[in-house]
Design a protein around this ligand. Structure first.
Ligand code: VGL
Ligand code: ZN
Length: 191
């Protein structure tokens, strides 16, 4: 895999932290293996972002109780990140700044919304803030991170994904996601 150099957050950047919620972490309803291990790296990036005056965006998967992505309602996933449930809370070790931009997704009953950059207004909001380059971390690498990164590139952002701040649901999913992102021009940072 081609790996890019780890970028240093500076003016014109934004840090995007995707779905670091209890249901995707240890003992969660849709547990991603080793997810808890990424939290210290993400917290360090948040500190860097705050020090550099860079916006921090945190998305959360935020599903209604009978969401169509849940197995009981014809979807591929076990029920997860149900609105206002404990599993939908951000991991308690995640240290988000008070002025983080919190973005909910997956609220519509009949369709899933895996990308934080499709139908959320995020791209426009970041452009208004003068953001041109994104550093993306979070869960899951082969689902939300993949879809968000591809949308970000399509919307003209220089897009980096830091792999030490992300984990995939499956190894095959990870391989495919890395290939798709690399092909689209996403910088995959292994630092
Ligand atoms: C996600 C599976 C189901 C994600 C959301 O945010 O990566 N994955 N719903
Ligand atoms: Zn979901």
């Amino acid at each position: 895999m081609m790996a890019g150099k780890a970028m240093r957050l500076t003016r014109g950047d934004a840090l995007i932290v995707l779905d670091v919620q209890r249901d995707f972490c240890a003992a969660g309803a849709l547990e991603v293996a080793d997810a808890d291990a990424i939290i210290p790296a993400i917290n360090r990036l948040i500190e860097d972002a705050v020090a550099a005056g860079v916006p921090v965006v945190a998305s959360r998967d935020w599903h209604p109780l009978e969401h169509s992505s849940f197995r009981d309602f014809g979807g591929p996933w076990p029920a997860h990140c149900v609105q206002d449930s404990a599993g939908a809370e951000f991991h308690s070790d995640l240290r988000l700044p008070n002025d983080a931009i919190i973005l909910s997704k997956g609220e519509a009953l009949e369709r899933d919304q895996l990308s934080a950059m499709n139908g959320t207004g995020l791209a426009e909001r970041l452009r208004r803030l003068g953001v041109k380059r994104l550093l993306i971390v979070g869960l899951a690498l082969d689902v939300c991170v993949l879809e968000t990164a591809l949308d970000a590139v399509a919307r003209g952002f220089q897009t980096h994904v830091r792999l030490s701040g992300s984990r995939a649901i499956t190894p095959e999913g990870e391989r495919e996601a890395l290939e798709k992102m690399r092909h689209a021009g996403v910088v995959l940072e292994d630092g």
